[in-house]
Design a protein around this ligand. Structure first.
Ligand code: RI2
Length: 314
């Protein structure tokens, strides 16, 4: 039986009430803990099946951010024990350990990313990334003056979240519409974005619009810095798989009223795009910063040659 918190968390992730790759991972781990606590299974096999079913429900919400399956895998692979009580305890402990590591990783990543930012620098952001903002926060805590040009980020205007959080850090913010980005790149020292997944070849999968920004930044000579914990490394890409790009509802792009006015058009609403490694200067992780082409070495070290699907039905 699925715990109610698993259903609620899955719905919240699907509807983007809970969003951002790291935040989704944390919520998924919490939901597995809730499942373990609520399970009424009376045999170890039934308990494990409950957990796998919860993981499947969470896994099926959004396809692109690999932090979600990576979080589920971390917890499920640590669940060991001979009785239901031992398994329950192991799940709770694994979930809590995962969340503690996530927090530490973001702090460590922030400290490393902050070293790239100099006093007086201006950054340009796209969408909202807690990993990217951890770098700015660490730089500000170091006493550096940082300014930001924040892209609105259509269609969901997630740049507004970034602007609000930067203002909470007292960082001066200039908001621009996405189409104005190139005009302002000359005033910028770094493009700073997060990632939902990083592929083995160093490609960065992030909120749609990242790739066009990165191409324009390269043309303007502005370095592109991607802040991404190792949880964003997509191990399936080591074996040739590509990262699925989530297609979201057309209502995010056109309201019913606008659609009625325009008439019959097809709307495509990809949530993410792929930025090839040649447009990325550095991927900043909690384990150091890497040129994108060398990220594969770290991926192999952390994830081996491939991955399991511990949530699969037996
Ligand atoms: P953190 C977000 O996706 C954005 O694309 C952002 O760059 C990325 O997740 C990483 O976010 P969405 O969930 O893990 O808003 O750095 O579609 O917070």
């Amino acid at each position: 039986m699925l715990a109610p918190q698993v259903d609620t968390t899955a719905d919240d992730i699907a509807e983007m009430e809970v969003r951002g790759a790291a935040t989704i991972a944390r919520a998924a781990a919490e939901a597995l803990e809730a499942q373990a606590r609520a399970s009424e299974a009376d045999t170890p096999a039934a308990f494990r099946e409950d957990l796998r079913a919860a993981a499947r429900r969470l896994r099926d919400t959004r396809p692109t951010a690999v932090s979600l399956p990576n979080a589920l895998r971390y917890v499920l692979n640590e669940v060991d024990g001979d009785s239901v009580e031992e398994l329950r305890e192991a799940t709770v402990e694994a979930s809590q350990r995962f969340r503690a590591q996530l927090e530490r990783a973001q702090d460590d990543l922030g400290a490393i990313g902050a070293n790239r930012l100099r006093d007086g620098d201006t950054i340009m952001t796209h969408c909202h990334s807690t990993d990217a903002l951890a770098c700015v926060e660490a730089a500000v805590d170091d006493g550096k003056e940082i300014e930001a040009i924040v892209k609105e980020t259509r269609p969901r205007k997630q740049g507004h979240i970034t602007a609000r959080q930067l203002r909470e850090m007292d960082v001066p913010v200039t908001m621009v519409v996405d189409n104005a980005a190139r005009r302002y790149l000359d005033d910028v020292d770094h493009v700073l974005v997060g990632a939902d997944s990083i592929a083995a070849d160093g490609s960065v999968i992030n909120k749609v619009g990242t790739s066009i920004l990165a191409v324009a930044a390269r043309e303007r000579g502005v370095p592109v810095m991607v802040a991404a914990q190792t949880l964003k490394l997509h191990p399936d890409t080591l074996t040739g798989h590509t990262v699925e790009i989530e297609m979201r509802d057309e209502s995010e792009v056109l309201s019913d009223e606008e659609r009625a006015d325009i008439g019959d058009v097809t709307v495509e609403n990809p949530a993410f795009d792929v930025t090839p490694p040649r447009y990325v200067d550095a991927i900043v992780t909690e384990r150091g910063q890497f040129p994108p082409e060398s990220i594969v070495t770290l991926m192999r070290e952390l994830y081996g040659e491939g991955t399991s699907e511990p949530w699969a039905e037996e």
